[in-house]
Design a protein around this ligand. Structure first.
Ligand code: PKZ
Length: 177
């Protein structure tokens, strides 16, 4: 199947809009105490600009970010990129990451994530993470394949108590404006 560049969904947030968390309990963008607390702003094309400040709890080696948590930040940025510009939820199928430089605690990773194309339900996305500024050196690069799913995917597979909680309080699922 051929890959196409989709149009920006007409209901995608306007360029410059800061996105709210897609789920209050999300480790990447929600309110988890040791979560990544990522902030994301819609770009004027098919891209998002995100920031992730590396905190004490995110260490893998002394003073350095854990690689798995860096992958988490990219998973979040790439999944949100797919979901925001297509206005459909998409889950990670595959995620490739290149670690080019160590990322110290207290640094801020600036991630630009771009929707590169779609082929049926497959969504191709990629991102660069730069250290301490949008023009800083690239520390991490990632490419992902996400697969769009219906909302039933979450209802079918999610833990029943959490599904019940969001059903009772849909504002927990404040999907990006
Ligand atoms: C309402 C509006 C909202 C708007 C705003 C939303 C914002 C929303 C933000 C969310 C932000 C989340 C950020 C964190 C994102 C996670 O962390 S998601 C959690 C981690 N991922 C998962 O749990 C996924 C687990 N895997 C699965 O559930 C299933 O394997 C999948 C991925 C749904 C695919 O299963 P399926 O539906 O049966 O589809 P299937 O036919 O197998 O695959 C479809 C196509 O994808 C391909 N594919 C699937 N997996 C792979 C793979 N690993 N490698 C290569 N190709 C693959 C297949 O080959 C197939 O290709 P074609 O045949 O069409 O060419």
């Amino acid at each position: 199947m051929e890959t196409e560049l989709p149009p920006r969904h007409p209901e995608a947030p306007a360029p410059g809009t800061e996105l709210g968390p897609h789920y209050a309990k999300c480790f990447g963008c929600g309110e988890q105490p040791d979560g990544l607390h990522m902030r994301m702003v819609a770009g004027d094309g098919l891209y998002l600009d995100s920031t992730f400040k590396v905190l004490e709890a995110h260490q893998g080696a002394p003073g350095l970010a854990h690689g798995g948590l860096l992958v988490c930040a990219f998973d979040e940025a790439l999944g949100t990129t797919a979901g925001t510009f297509l206005r459909r939820p998409a889950v990670t199928g595959k995620l490739d990451t290149d670690f080019l430089r160590p990322v110290p605690v207290d640094s801020v990773l600036h991630i630009r994530s771009t929707l590169d194309g779609v082929a049926g339900r497959k969504v191709y996305v990629s991102a660069d993470g730069r250290l301490d500024g949008p023009e800083g050196p690239i520390a991490v690069k990632a490419r992902g394949l996400f697969v769009t799913v219906k909302l039933e995917h979450f209802a079918k597979h999610g833990r029943a108590s959490d599904i019940a909680a969001v059903t009772a309080n849909p504002s927990m699922l404040e999907v990006n404006p």
